[in-house]
Design a protein around this ligand. Structure first.
Ligand SMILES: [Zn+2]
Length: 478
Protein backbone atom coordinates (compact mmCIF):
# COMPACT_ATOMS: atom_id res chain seq x y z
CA UNK A 1 0.00 0.00 0.00
CA UNK A 2 2.81 2.35 0.95
CA UNK A 3 4.64 1.47 -2.27
CA UNK A 4 1.56 2.26 -4.36
CA UNK A 5 1.13 5.57 -2.57
CA UNK A 6 4.68 6.67 -3.39
CA UNK A 7 4.24 5.57 -7.04
CA UNK A 8 1.14 7.79 -7.31
CA UNK A 9 3.05 10.65 -5.71
CA UNK A 10 5.93 10.16 -8.15
CA UNK A 11 3.61 10.20 -11.16
CA UNK A 12 1.85 13.31 -9.87
CA UNK A 13 5.17 15.13 -9.60
CA UNK A 14 6.15 14.07 -13.12
CA UNK A 15 2.81 15.34 -14.51
CA UNK A 16 3.31 18.65 -12.70
CA UNK A 17 6.83 18.94 -14.10
CA UNK A 18 5.62 18.13 -17.64
CA UNK A 19 2.79 20.69 -17.34
CA UNK A 20 5.24 23.34 -16.19
CA UNK A 21 7.55 22.53 -19.08
CA UNK A 22 4.60 22.73 -21.52
CA UNK A 23 3.56 26.10 -20.11
CA UNK A 24 7.15 27.37 -20.45
CA UNK A 25 7.31 26.14 -24.04
CA UNK A 26 4.02 27.91 -24.86
CA UNK A 27 5.33 31.17 -23.43
CA UNK A 28 8.53 30.81 -25.43
CA UNK A 29 6.54 30.03 -28.60
CA UNK A 30 4.31 33.08 -28.17
CA UNK A 31 7.40 35.26 -27.66
CA UNK A 32 9.14 33.73 -30.69
CA UNK A 33 6.06 34.30 -32.88
CA UNK A 34 5.83 37.90 -31.75
CA UNK A 35 9.56 38.45 -32.39
CA UNK A 36 9.24 36.94 -35.87
CA UNK A 37 6.30 39.21 -36.69
CA UNK A 38 8.10 42.27 -35.35
CA UNK A 39 11.17 41.39 -37.38
CA UNK A 40 9.07 41.02 -40.53
CA UNK A 41 7.31 44.32 -39.91
CA UNK A 42 10.62 46.05 -39.21
CA UNK A 43 12.15 44.56 -42.33
CA UNK A 44 9.23 45.79 -44.46
CA UNK A 45 9.15 49.26 -42.92
CA UNK A 46 12.93 49.57 -43.28
CA UNK A 47 12.46 48.84 -46.96
CA UNK A 48 14.69 45.80 -46.74
CA UNK A 49 11.89 43.63 -48.25
CA UNK A 50 12.55 44.79 -51.77
CA UNK A 51 10.24 42.42 -53.65
CA UNK A 52 6.80 43.40 -54.94
CA UNK A 53 5.10 40.25 -53.65
CA UNK A 54 5.35 38.55 -50.26
CA UNK A 55 7.49 35.44 -49.85
CA UNK A 56 4.48 33.13 -49.56
CA UNK A 57 3.04 34.58 -52.77
CA UNK A 58 6.18 33.72 -54.74
CA UNK A 59 5.92 30.23 -53.36
CA UNK A 60 2.20 29.86 -54.06
CA UNK A 61 2.01 31.45 -57.51
CA UNK A 62 5.50 30.71 -58.86
CA UNK A 63 4.36 28.07 -61.34
CA UNK A 64 2.05 30.45 -63.18
CA UNK A 65 4.35 33.49 -62.90
CA UNK A 66 7.07 31.71 -64.88
CA UNK A 67 4.70 31.33 -67.83
CA UNK A 68 5.94 33.46 -70.75
CA UNK A 69 3.88 36.66 -70.81
CA UNK A 70 2.60 36.26 -67.24
CA UNK A 71 5.40 37.32 -64.90
CA UNK A 72 5.29 39.29 -61.66
CA UNK A 73 3.38 42.01 -63.53
CA UNK A 74 0.60 39.57 -64.34
CA UNK A 75 0.48 38.36 -60.76
CA UNK A 76 0.30 41.92 -59.46
CA UNK A 77 -2.56 42.68 -61.84
CA UNK A 78 -4.40 39.63 -60.52
CA UNK A 79 -3.68 40.64 -56.93
CA UNK A 80 -5.10 44.10 -57.56
CA UNK A 81 -8.16 42.81 -59.40
CA UNK A 82 -11.71 42.37 -58.14
CA UNK A 83 -13.77 39.67 -59.84
CA UNK A 84 -17.49 38.99 -59.37
CA UNK A 85 -18.99 35.55 -59.88
CA UNK A 86 -22.76 35.49 -60.32
CA UNK A 87 -24.00 31.98 -59.57
CA UNK A 88 -22.22 29.50 -57.28
CA UNK A 89 -23.34 26.39 -59.15
CA UNK A 90 -21.91 24.05 -61.77
CA UNK A 91 -20.09 26.88 -63.58
CA UNK A 92 -19.37 29.07 -60.57
CA UNK A 93 -17.73 26.37 -58.43
CA UNK A 94 -14.84 25.50 -60.76
CA UNK A 95 -14.54 29.09 -62.03
CA UNK A 96 -14.22 30.44 -58.48
CA UNK A 97 -11.78 27.72 -57.48
CA UNK A 98 -9.34 28.51 -60.29
CA UNK A 99 -9.63 32.27 -59.79
CA UNK A 100 -9.02 31.93 -56.05
CA UNK A 101 -6.14 29.55 -56.68
CA UNK A 102 -4.60 31.99 -59.16
CA UNK A 103 -4.65 34.78 -56.56
CA UNK A 104 -7.18 37.42 -57.59
CA UNK A 105 -7.33 40.10 -54.91
CA UNK A 106 -11.06 40.06 -54.20
CA UNK A 107 -13.62 37.50 -55.27
CA UNK A 108 -17.32 38.36 -54.93
CA UNK A 109 -19.92 35.57 -54.98
CA UNK A 110 -23.61 36.23 -55.66
CA UNK A 111 -26.10 33.40 -55.07
CA UNK A 112 -29.40 33.30 -53.22
CA UNK A 113 -29.85 29.52 -53.28
CA UNK A 114 -28.95 26.80 -50.79
CA UNK A 115 -26.99 23.60 -51.40
CA UNK A 116 -29.04 20.50 -52.26
CA UNK A 117 -27.90 16.91 -52.67
CA UNK A 118 -28.88 17.01 -56.36
CA UNK A 119 -26.31 19.79 -56.93
CA UNK A 120 -23.30 17.84 -55.77
CA UNK A 121 -22.56 15.76 -58.87
CA UNK A 122 -21.48 18.92 -60.66
CA UNK A 123 -21.15 21.72 -58.07
CA UNK A 124 -17.96 20.27 -56.71
CA UNK A 125 -16.94 23.00 -54.27
CA UNK A 126 -19.98 22.31 -52.09
CA UNK A 127 -20.09 19.35 -49.72
CA UNK A 128 -22.47 16.75 -48.36
CA UNK A 129 -21.90 18.21 -44.89
CA UNK A 130 -23.06 21.63 -46.15
CA UNK A 131 -26.44 20.64 -47.64
CA UNK A 132 -28.87 23.35 -46.55
CA UNK A 133 -26.16 26.04 -46.24
CA UNK A 134 -26.29 28.98 -48.63
CA UNK A 135 -24.26 28.34 -51.76
CA UNK A 136 -22.30 31.56 -51.24
CA UNK A 137 -21.27 30.47 -47.72
CA UNK A 138 -20.52 26.92 -48.78
CA UNK A 139 -18.38 27.97 -51.73
CA UNK A 140 -16.47 30.51 -49.65
CA UNK A 141 -15.54 27.82 -47.11
CA UNK A 142 -14.04 25.71 -49.87
CA UNK A 143 -12.23 28.71 -51.34
CA UNK A 144 -10.83 29.92 -48.03
CA UNK A 145 -9.29 26.51 -47.50
CA UNK A 146 -7.80 26.65 -50.99
CA UNK A 147 -6.40 30.17 -50.70
CA UNK A 148 -6.79 32.31 -47.57
CA UNK A 149 -4.87 35.20 -49.17
CA UNK A 150 -7.90 36.18 -51.28
CA UNK A 151 -10.62 38.43 -49.87
CA UNK A 152 -14.06 36.85 -50.33
CA UNK A 153 -17.22 38.96 -50.38
CA UNK A 154 -20.54 37.15 -50.20
CA UNK A 155 -23.95 38.25 -51.47
CA UNK A 156 -26.52 35.71 -50.32
CA UNK A 157 -29.21 37.00 -52.66
CA UNK A 158 -30.14 36.89 -56.33
CA UNK A 159 -28.91 39.62 -58.67
CA UNK A 160 -31.81 41.97 -59.47
CA UNK A 161 -32.20 45.21 -61.44
CA UNK A 162 -32.38 46.92 -58.04
CA UNK A 163 -29.17 45.58 -56.46
CA UNK A 164 -27.11 45.07 -59.65
CA UNK A 165 -25.47 48.50 -59.72
CA UNK A 166 -24.43 48.44 -56.06
CA UNK A 167 -22.86 45.01 -56.37
CA UNK A 168 -21.32 45.04 -59.85
CA UNK A 169 -19.82 48.54 -59.52
CA UNK A 170 -17.38 47.22 -56.90
CA UNK A 171 -15.69 44.85 -59.38
CA UNK A 172 -13.45 44.99 -62.45
CA UNK A 173 -14.77 41.95 -64.27
CA UNK A 174 -17.86 39.72 -64.07
CA UNK A 175 -18.44 36.01 -64.71
CA UNK A 176 -21.98 35.01 -65.64
CA UNK A 177 -22.36 31.55 -64.10
CA UNK A 178 -26.16 31.59 -63.92
CA UNK A 179 -28.63 29.37 -65.72
CA UNK A 180 -31.60 31.56 -66.60
CA UNK A 181 -32.04 33.91 -69.56
CA UNK A 182 -33.54 36.86 -67.65
CA UNK A 183 -30.47 37.08 -65.39
CA UNK A 184 -28.15 36.72 -68.39
CA UNK A 185 -29.63 39.82 -70.05
CA UNK A 186 -29.57 41.71 -66.74
CA UNK A 187 -25.88 40.90 -66.14
CA UNK A 188 -24.96 41.89 -69.68
CA UNK A 189 -26.85 45.19 -69.43
CA UNK A 190 -25.30 46.22 -66.12
CA UNK A 191 -21.84 45.32 -67.44
CA UNK A 192 -22.41 47.60 -70.46
CA UNK A 193 -23.71 50.43 -68.27
CA UNK A 194 -20.82 50.16 -65.79
CA UNK A 195 -18.12 49.32 -68.35
CA UNK A 196 -17.18 45.86 -67.08
CA UNK A 197 -15.99 42.98 -69.26
CA UNK A 198 -18.15 39.87 -68.95
CA UNK A 199 -17.20 36.23 -69.34
CA UNK A 200 -20.41 34.37 -70.05
CA UNK A 201 -20.92 30.60 -70.21
CA UNK A 202 -23.75 28.12 -70.18
CA UNK A 203 -24.11 24.35 -70.23
CA UNK A 204 -26.91 21.87 -70.63
CA UNK A 205 -26.89 18.11 -71.01
CA UNK A 206 -23.51 17.36 -72.62
CA UNK A 207 -22.93 20.71 -74.37
CA UNK A 208 -21.66 24.11 -73.39
CA UNK A 209 -20.84 27.52 -74.81
CA UNK A 210 -18.55 30.35 -73.81
CA UNK A 211 -18.21 33.95 -74.95
CA UNK A 212 -16.26 36.98 -73.74
CA UNK A 213 -18.42 40.10 -73.94
CA UNK A 214 -17.94 43.84 -73.66
CA UNK A 215 -14.18 43.38 -73.81
CA UNK A 216 -12.46 45.70 -73.87
CA UNK A 217 -15.20 47.60 -72.07
CA UNK A 218 -16.45 50.77 -73.73
CA UNK A 219 -19.33 53.22 -73.18
CA UNK A 220 -22.60 52.88 -75.10
CA UNK A 221 -22.06 53.81 -78.74
CA UNK A 222 -18.25 53.57 -78.53
CA UNK A 223 -16.09 50.93 -80.17
CA UNK A 224 -15.93 47.97 -77.82
CA UNK A 225 -16.64 44.28 -77.56
CA UNK A 226 -20.20 43.09 -78.31
CA UNK A 227 -22.65 42.56 -75.47
CA UNK A 228 -24.94 39.57 -74.88
CA UNK A 229 -27.76 41.33 -76.73
CA UNK A 230 -25.54 41.91 -79.78
CA UNK A 231 -25.07 38.14 -80.00
CA UNK A 232 -28.54 37.07 -78.83
CA UNK A 233 -30.90 40.02 -79.50
CA UNK A 234 -33.93 37.89 -78.68
CA UNK A 235 -34.28 35.38 -75.86
CA UNK A 236 -35.05 31.75 -76.69
CA UNK A 237 -38.78 30.88 -76.59
CA UNK A 238 -39.73 30.39 -72.93
CA UNK A 239 -41.14 26.93 -73.61
CA UNK A 240 -37.82 25.74 -75.07
CA UNK A 241 -35.82 26.55 -71.96
CA UNK A 242 -34.80 23.55 -69.96
CA UNK A 243 -33.17 23.96 -66.60
CA UNK A 244 -30.58 21.44 -65.43
CA UNK A 245 -33.33 19.88 -63.32
CA UNK A 246 -35.46 19.06 -66.35
CA UNK A 247 -32.91 18.64 -69.13
CA UNK A 248 -30.16 16.93 -67.19
CA UNK A 249 -26.51 17.89 -67.24
CA UNK A 250 -23.22 16.02 -67.30
CA UNK A 251 -21.01 17.27 -64.45
CA UNK A 252 -17.74 17.39 -66.41
CA UNK A 253 -19.46 19.23 -69.30
CA UNK A 254 -20.57 22.15 -67.13
CA UNK A 255 -17.31 21.93 -65.15
CA UNK A 256 -15.29 22.32 -68.35
CA UNK A 257 -17.17 25.51 -69.17
CA UNK A 258 -16.54 26.93 -65.68
CA UNK A 259 -12.83 26.16 -65.95
CA UNK A 260 -12.69 27.86 -69.37
CA UNK A 261 -14.42 30.92 -67.88
CA UNK A 262 -11.74 31.22 -65.20
CA UNK A 263 -9.06 30.88 -67.89
CA UNK A 264 -10.55 33.73 -69.96
CA UNK A 265 -10.92 35.93 -66.87
CA UNK A 266 -7.27 35.40 -65.87
CA UNK A 267 -6.12 36.19 -69.41
CA UNK A 268 -8.18 39.40 -69.60
CA UNK A 269 -6.71 40.62 -66.30
CA UNK A 270 -3.12 39.67 -67.13
CA UNK A 271 -3.45 41.48 -70.48
CA UNK A 272 -4.93 44.47 -68.64
CA UNK A 273 -8.11 44.49 -70.74
CA UNK A 274 -10.38 44.73 -67.72
CA UNK A 275 -9.95 48.48 -67.54
CA UNK A 276 -11.31 50.98 -70.03
CA UNK A 277 -8.65 52.47 -72.25
CA UNK A 278 -7.09 52.53 -75.69
CA UNK A 279 -5.54 49.22 -76.59
CA UNK A 280 -3.69 48.41 -79.80
CA UNK A 281 -6.34 46.55 -81.77
CA UNK A 282 -4.00 43.64 -82.50
CA UNK A 283 -3.78 42.95 -78.74
CA UNK A 284 -7.52 42.30 -78.51
CA UNK A 285 -8.70 38.87 -79.65
CA UNK A 286 -11.71 39.12 -82.00
CA UNK A 287 -15.02 38.16 -80.36
CA UNK A 288 -15.76 34.49 -80.73
CA UNK A 289 -18.23 31.93 -79.44
CA UNK A 290 -16.74 28.67 -78.27
CA UNK A 291 -18.94 25.59 -78.55
CA UNK A 292 -18.11 22.50 -76.54
CA UNK A 293 -19.75 19.13 -76.83
CA UNK A 294 -19.01 15.82 -75.17
CA UNK A 295 -21.79 13.44 -76.25
CA UNK A 296 -22.20 10.21 -74.31
CA UNK A 297 -21.85 8.33 -77.58
CA UNK A 298 -18.63 9.87 -78.86
CA UNK A 299 -15.49 11.93 -78.32
CA UNK A 300 -15.55 15.55 -77.12
CA UNK A 301 -15.22 18.44 -79.56
CA UNK A 302 -14.45 22.16 -79.38
CA UNK A 303 -15.43 24.59 -82.09
CA UNK A 304 -14.95 28.35 -82.32
CA UNK A 305 -17.28 30.62 -84.27
CA UNK A 306 -16.15 34.17 -85.04
CA UNK A 307 -18.68 36.80 -83.94
CA UNK A 308 -19.25 40.29 -85.24
CA UNK A 309 -18.55 43.30 -83.05
CA UNK A 310 -21.23 45.54 -81.57
CA UNK A 311 -24.54 45.89 -83.40
CA UNK A 312 -25.35 49.45 -84.35
CA UNK A 313 -28.98 48.90 -83.30
CA UNK A 314 -28.26 47.08 -80.03
CA UNK A 315 -30.81 47.74 -77.28
CA UNK A 316 -28.05 48.07 -74.67
CA UNK A 317 -24.66 49.05 -76.11
CA UNK A 318 -25.41 51.11 -79.24
CA UNK A 319 -25.40 54.90 -79.52
CA UNK A 320 -29.20 54.83 -79.86
CA UNK A 321 -29.74 52.86 -76.64
CA UNK A 322 -32.12 54.34 -74.08
CA UNK A 323 -30.99 52.04 -71.31
CA UNK A 324 -29.64 53.85 -68.25
CA UNK A 325 -28.79 52.89 -64.69
CA UNK A 326 -31.87 54.75 -63.49
CA UNK A 327 -34.41 53.15 -65.79
CA UNK A 328 -32.83 49.73 -65.31
CA UNK A 329 -33.48 49.78 -61.58
CA UNK A 330 -36.99 51.25 -61.84
CA UNK A 331 -37.91 48.74 -64.57
CA UNK A 332 -39.43 51.36 -66.88
CA UNK A 333 -37.72 50.28 -70.12
CA UNK A 334 -37.03 46.62 -69.47
CA UNK A 335 -38.88 43.97 -67.52
CA UNK A 336 -36.38 41.12 -67.71
CA UNK A 337 -38.76 38.31 -66.78
CA UNK A 338 -41.38 39.57 -69.23
CA UNK A 339 -38.77 40.02 -71.97
CA UNK A 340 -37.81 36.36 -71.61
CA UNK A 341 -41.41 35.21 -71.97
CA UNK A 342 -42.48 35.37 -68.34
CA UNK A 343 -42.12 32.53 -65.92
CA UNK A 344 -42.02 29.35 -68.01
CA UNK A 345 -45.29 27.41 -68.07
CA UNK A 346 -47.31 29.26 -65.42
CA UNK A 347 -49.23 26.89 -63.20
CA UNK A 348 -52.55 28.61 -63.87
CA UNK A 349 -53.19 27.16 -67.33
CA UNK A 350 -55.93 24.76 -66.19
CA UNK A 351 -58.98 25.41 -64.03
CA UNK A 352 -59.29 23.75 -60.64
CA UNK A 353 -61.90 21.24 -61.88
CA UNK A 354 -59.58 20.11 -64.67
CA UNK A 355 -57.04 18.90 -62.13
CA UNK A 356 -56.74 16.13 -59.59
CA UNK A 357 -54.35 15.89 -56.67
CA UNK A 358 -51.79 13.10 -56.49
CA UNK A 359 -53.35 11.64 -53.35
CA UNK A 360 -56.84 11.72 -54.88
CA UNK A 361 -55.59 9.87 -57.94
CA UNK A 362 -53.82 7.36 -55.66
CA UNK A 363 -56.93 6.51 -53.62
CA UNK A 364 -59.47 6.51 -56.46
CA UNK A 365 -57.74 5.39 -59.58
CA UNK A 366 -54.22 4.06 -59.24
CA UNK A 367 -53.86 0.59 -60.68
CA UNK A 368 -57.34 0.53 -62.26
CA UNK A 369 -55.83 1.29 -65.62
CA UNK A 370 -58.50 -0.23 -67.85
CA UNK A 371 -61.04 2.39 -66.81
CA UNK A 372 -58.90 5.31 -67.81
CA UNK A 373 -55.78 6.32 -69.68
CA UNK A 374 -52.79 7.62 -67.70
CA UNK A 375 -50.46 9.56 -69.97
CA UNK A 376 -46.96 10.42 -68.70
CA UNK A 377 -45.54 13.24 -70.85
CA UNK A 378 -42.01 13.35 -69.38
CA UNK A 379 -38.89 12.49 -71.35
CA UNK A 380 -38.14 8.72 -71.46
CA UNK A 381 -35.04 9.11 -69.24
CA UNK A 382 -37.21 10.44 -66.41
CA UNK A 383 -39.90 7.82 -67.05
CA UNK A 384 -37.33 5.00 -66.93
CA UNK A 385 -36.20 5.98 -63.43
CA UNK A 386 -39.67 5.85 -61.88
CA UNK A 387 -43.25 5.88 -63.17
CA UNK A 388 -46.80 5.23 -61.98
CA UNK A 389 -48.48 1.85 -62.48
CA UNK A 390 -50.21 1.65 -65.85
CA UNK A 391 -48.76 4.92 -67.15
CA UNK A 392 -47.99 5.17 -70.86
CA UNK A 393 -45.01 7.36 -71.74
CA UNK A 394 -45.37 9.68 -74.72
CA UNK A 395 -43.10 12.72 -74.18
CA UNK A 396 -44.89 16.02 -74.82
CA UNK A 397 -41.86 17.22 -76.79
CA UNK A 398 -42.53 14.46 -79.34
CA UNK A 399 -46.17 15.27 -80.08
CA UNK A 400 -46.67 18.89 -79.03
CA UNK A 401 -45.97 20.17 -82.53
CA UNK A 402 -46.62 16.98 -84.47
CA UNK A 403 -50.34 16.87 -83.80
CA UNK A 404 -53.01 19.04 -85.40
CA UNK A 405 -55.80 20.99 -83.74
CA UNK A 406 -59.28 19.70 -84.53
CA UNK A 407 -61.15 22.27 -86.63
CA UNK A 408 -64.38 20.45 -87.41
CA UNK A 409 -65.00 18.89 -84.00
CA UNK A 410 -63.80 15.46 -85.17
CA UNK A 411 -61.25 14.09 -82.74
CA UNK A 412 -57.73 13.69 -84.05
CA UNK A 413 -56.28 10.45 -82.73
CA UNK A 414 -52.50 10.22 -82.84
CA UNK A 415 -51.03 6.76 -83.46
CA UNK A 416 -50.08 6.31 -79.81
CA UNK A 417 -53.64 6.86 -78.64
CA UNK A 418 -55.23 3.63 -77.29
CA UNK A 419 -57.66 2.64 -80.10
CA UNK A 420 -60.11 0.84 -77.83
CA UNK A 421 -60.44 3.54 -75.18
CA UNK A 422 -64.19 4.16 -74.64
CA UNK A 423 -65.41 7.68 -75.46
CA UNK A 424 -66.22 8.40 -71.83
CA UNK A 425 -63.04 6.92 -70.30
CA UNK A 426 -61.11 9.75 -68.67
CA UNK A 427 -57.54 10.71 -69.50
CA UNK A 428 -55.14 11.81 -66.78
CA UNK A 429 -51.89 13.49 -67.69
CA UNK A 430 -48.84 13.51 -65.45
CA UNK A 431 -45.44 15.17 -65.84
CA UNK A 432 -42.52 16.08 -63.62
CA UNK A 433 -43.86 19.00 -61.58
CA UNK A 434 -47.21 19.81 -63.19
CA UNK A 435 -46.42 22.36 -65.91
CA UNK A 436 -46.18 20.32 -69.12
CA UNK A 437 -49.13 18.21 -67.99
CA UNK A 438 -51.34 21.31 -68.14
CA UNK A 439 -50.17 22.26 -71.60
CA UNK A 440 -50.60 18.64 -72.73
CA UNK A 441 -54.12 18.51 -71.27
CA UNK A 442 -55.04 21.69 -73.11
CA UNK A 443 -53.57 20.25 -76.30
CA UNK A 444 -55.53 16.98 -76.01
CA UNK A 445 -58.72 19.00 -75.68
CA UNK A 446 -57.78 21.12 -78.71
CA UNK A 447 -57.39 17.86 -80.62
CA UNK A 448 -61.02 17.11 -79.82
CA UNK A 449 -60.20 14.10 -77.65
CA UNK A 450 -62.65 15.13 -74.93
CA UNK A 451 -65.43 14.07 -77.34
CA UNK A 452 -67.54 17.19 -76.81
CA UNK A 453 -67.28 17.00 -73.07
CA UNK A 454 -68.17 13.29 -72.78
CA UNK A 455 -64.66 12.50 -71.62
CA UNK A 456 -62.84 14.10 -68.70
CA UNK A 457 -59.28 15.15 -69.48
CA UNK A 458 -57.22 16.56 -66.65
CA UNK A 459 -53.81 16.49 -65.06
CA UNK A 460 -52.27 15.40 -61.78
CA UNK A 461 -51.51 18.61 -59.92
CA UNK A 462 -47.81 18.93 -59.04
CA UNK A 463 -46.85 15.89 -61.13
CA UNK A 464 -44.44 13.24 -59.93
CA UNK A 465 -43.00 15.59 -57.33
CA UNK A 466 -46.42 15.80 -55.67
CA UNK A 467 -46.76 12.01 -55.95
CA UNK A 468 -43.52 11.62 -54.00
CA UNK A 469 -44.60 14.14 -51.36
CA UNK A 470 -48.18 12.93 -50.94
CA UNK A 471 -48.22 9.25 -51.86
CA UNK A 472 -44.90 7.43 -52.11
CA UNK A 473 -41.97 8.98 -50.29
CA UNK A 474 -39.65 6.20 -51.48
CA UNK A 475 -40.11 7.04 -55.16
CA UNK A 476 -36.91 8.37 -56.77
CA UNK A 477 -37.63 11.83 -58.16
CA UNK A 478 -35.34 13.25 -60.82
ZN1 LIG B 1 -24.89 45.14 -77.56
Amino acid sequence: MEELGSAVELLRRRVEAAEKELADLKTQLAQAEKDAQDAKRKQTSNGTWKWPLQAQEYERYGRQMILPGFGVEGQLKLKNSRVLIVGAGGLGCPAAAYLAGAGVGTLGIVDGDTVEASNLHRQIAHATSRIGATKAQSLSRYLYDLNPLVEYKLYEEHLTPQNAQDIVSQYDLVLDCTDNPATRYLISDICVLLGKPLVSASALRTDGQLIVLNCPPAPQGAKGGPCYRCVFPRPPPAASILSCGEGGVLGPAVGTMGVLQAGEAIKIIVRGHHVQGDFPSESIPPPSLLLFSTPLSGPPSLRTVRMRSRRTDCFACSASSNLTLENMSDGSVMDYVQFCGGAPSPDTTLLADERISASEYATRLAGVSKDHFLLDVREPEHFAIASLDGAVNVPFSKWEHATKVSEDGVAIRPDWFPPTLPEDAPIYVVCRVGNDSQLATRRLKDMGLDCDGKRFIGDIRGGMRAWKEEVDKTMPFT
